[in-house]
Design a protein around this ligand. Structure first.
Ligand code: PLP
Length: 435
């Protein structure tokens, strides 16, 4: 007998809750039975009816070392007994200070040396955009426009959405707060005229792989080429590592693969191990040093939220960094990445699979369109079918995402890939619509 009254929970959810990015008409339809997730341990989640699943997308790309990790749990509990939250406005706290130092220590000396805290990936990006904008104004420059890459996603608060989410999700005005342009690739940067160039404040890029675009890989050397272009044109480089950070690509940060140091880096999602909402905008000293005065005289950064520097989030993040070291997480991950590669190879043979993409421990399995079903519906159906095979994940349009916590075992990797393959065959019936 489960301790949860699933029917009552679902009924109340449908009456009182509004879910993100969700068709609420479909969600609230009587035949829709949402899963109520109640527990997690390691890479496994359990629902209110006692069924278990591999957390195939790391609970929306956040979880790193598994659920209920004893070291992170203990750190949060210790902090909870001291104090849960105190103001970061005019005060500081040990948890935030220690995390800031530990994060800065992950980068070469004097590179990314200042930490600005916020709450999630979107606000981390907002901070980066505001810093870049104000930096150039403080230098009496006309640079105020941002470049983002086509199909990139950097969050959905108004400023972050101005980099592309508004167009991607067909929401709101095309241009929100920050003037920005989208370019398809590095070659397009080279084609900008001197007049256009004079306006560019910063380029924002997801290193190595564009997540929300459907796990689209950049060709090798792209990030380095963007860095070099930024250096040549005196443009700031903002690396959005909200998805790629904390081991997902096989290294701690995506930028390491191409030995790139950006001017700012945004971290979120996995920063707290996937426990609590927390983000960081890491800033170079070159940028920080310009902000040397008051808000009133325009030399301070007028930004910050009530929960900035939250102690529970910060101790969780520091504990997550400890786990990386204590458990040799990145070393242990390498054979799992190779295992994932060999397991994924089998999926490419399924007739309606058009492409399998992998970057470290992130995979995207793209399926072909069936004439009778819109792409997104079909991929969603595959993910729902995967639940019966013990896997939870969520598609991006026609791409099935597989991005489990780094802690999962090789057997669980096999099980997860098998669940995807079986579900694709069940839904697409092995039909091929490849050209
Ligand atoms: C690369 C990237 N940047 C920013 C964000 C926004 O993060 P959040 O949803 O935490 O606001 C996301 C979310 O998926 C992302 O993938």
């Amino acid at each position: 007998m489960s301790e949860w009254n699933t029917e009552e929970l679902i009924d109340s959810d449908k009456r009182f809750v509004w879910h993100p990015f969700t068709n609420m008409r479909e969600w609230c339809a009587p035949e829709h039975e949402p899963l109520v997730l109640v527990e997690g341990r390691g890479g496994i989640l359990r629902d209110s009816r006692g069924r278990e699943y591999i957390d195939g997308n790391s609970s929306i790309w956040t979880n790193i070392h598994g659920h209920n990790h004893p070291h992170i749990n203990a750190a949060i509990r210790r902090q909870l007994d001291r104090v849960a939250h105190t103001s970061f406005l005019g005060f500081t706290n040990p948890a935030a200070v220690e995390l800031a130092r530990a994060i800065v220590d992950l980068f070469p000396t004097d590179s990314l040396s200042r930490v600005f805290f916020s709450d999630d990936g979107s606000t981390g990006i907002e901070v980066a955009l505001r810093i870049a904008d104000q930096y150039w104004r403080l230098r009496n420059s006309r640079k105020h426009q941002f470049i983002a890459f086509k199909s990139g996603y950097h969050g959905d608060t108004a400023g972050a959405a101005s980099l592309g989410a508004a167009a991607m999700f067909h929401i709101g005005p095309g241009h929100w707060n920050f003037p920005s342009i989208q370019v398809p690739n590095v070659r397009a940067l080279e084609r900008l005229s001197p007049a256009e160039l004079a306006k560019i404040a910063a380029v924002v890029i997801e290193p190595l792989i564009q997540g929300a675009a459907g796990m689209q890989l950049w060709s090798s050397g792209t990030l380095r080429a963007v860095r070099e272009w930024c250096d040549r044109t005196d443009t700031l480089l903002i690396a959005d590592e909200v998805m790629t950070g904390f081991g997902r690509t096989g290294r701690m940060f995506g930028v390491e693969h191409e030995s790139v140091i950006p001017d700012m880096m945004v971290l979120g999602k996995g920063l707290s191990g996937g426990y609590l909402p927390l983000a960081i905008t890491l800033v170079s000293e070159k940028l920080f040093s310009i902000f040397d005065g008051s808000i009133v005289d325009g030399k301070g950064l007028a930004y910050g939220h009530s929960y900035t520097g939250n102690a529970l989030g910060c101790v969780a993040a520091k504990a997550s960094l400890d786990v990386f070291e204590k458990e040799g997480v990145l070393e242990a991950l390498q054979p799992k990445i190779r295992h994932l590669t060999s397991e994924l190879a089998g999926l490419a043979d399924i007739p309606c699979v058009t492409e399998v993409r992998q970057c470290g421990f992130i995979a995207g399995i793209e399926v072909a369109e069936l004439p009778e079903a819109p792409l997104a519906d079909q991929a969603a159906e595959i993910c729902i079918a995967a639940r019966k095979h013990g896997l939870l994940t969520r598609p991006i349009r026609n791409v099935i995402v597989l991005m489990p916590p780094l802690c999962i075992t090789t057997d669980q990797v096999t099980q997860a890939v098998e669940a995807v393959g079986t579900s694709i065959i069940e839904v697409c019936g092995g039909r091929s619509f490849k050209e």
